[in-house]
Design a protein around this ligand. Structure first.
Ligand code: SF4
Ligand code: SF4
Length: 199
């Protein structure tokens, strides 16, 4: 049986009302999803394993053997998947995934066959430097968060509260391991390790 004009009118009214209701929600969800999508290594500045030579020398020295990847007890070192042969299969660390834990043996440096990872002491490591975003840090909202400070393997010589009770990173002590970034509960992270030399 043919549907009446009235029935079509009612259906079309409800369809339009539903679309008007749902569309702003869908747009909001889209923007939120985009804001929190994990950033792929291709969009991030690369952090190399501890002891790495400066980036260009590192790229020309590393044999892509993967020994550092296999030896890391924390599984912090990953292999970069890139089409650019200059970068492909090089080792890197993404603290969001798993930070360097500055393990006692620093095994990656010991097993590197090329010298691309130099044998340093823990204090000499400079993977990068942690940087605090005070706008998003929970302490700016009077929440007594100290995850980054409590988790840092280098202790108070690397990160502490300043006289205003804000998080302060000390460049002389921070080795750029990324444990603070990994532990920070905010999204996006309020403390991020930046490489010392931009790739
Ligand atoms: S401040 Fe962060 S990146 Fe620096 S040593 Fe401590 S945990 Fe590692
Ligand atoms: S863990 Fe993150 S939110 Fe908490 S104090 Fe450190 S930087 Fe701020």
């Amino acid at each position: 049986m043919a549907k009446s004009d009235d029935e079509y009118g009612r259906r079309s009214f409800f369809r339009e009302a539903f679309t008007r209701l749902v569309q702003p929600v869908a747009e909001y969800v889209d923007t939120q999803v985009e804001a929190y999508l994990p950033v792929s290594p291709s969009e991030k500045a690369l952090l190399r394993p501890p002891g790495a030579l400066p980036e260009e020398t590192f790229l020309n020295t590393c044999l892509r053997s993967g020994h550092c990847v296999d030896s890391c007890p924390a599984n912090a070192i990953q292999i970069l998947q890139r089409t650019d042969p200059h970068l492909a299969n090089t080792p890197y660390i993404d603290p969001d995934h798993q930070p360097c834990v500055v393990c006692d043996s620093l095994e990656c440096m010991q097993v590197c066959p090329s010298g691309a990872l130099q044998k340093l002491t823990a204090d000499e490591i400079q993977i990068g430097l942690a940087e605090v975003s005070y706008d998003t840090c929970l302490r700016s909202r009077e929440i007594d968060c100290r995850y980054c400070i409590d988790a840092c393997p280098m202790g108070e010589k690397a990160i502490r509260l300043d006289s205003q009770r804000r998080v302060e990173v000390l460049p002389s002590g921070c080795v750029g391991c990324g444990v603070c970034q990994h532990r920070c509960p905010t999204a996006p992270k309020s403390i991020i390790v930046r490489p010392l030399v931009v790739n």
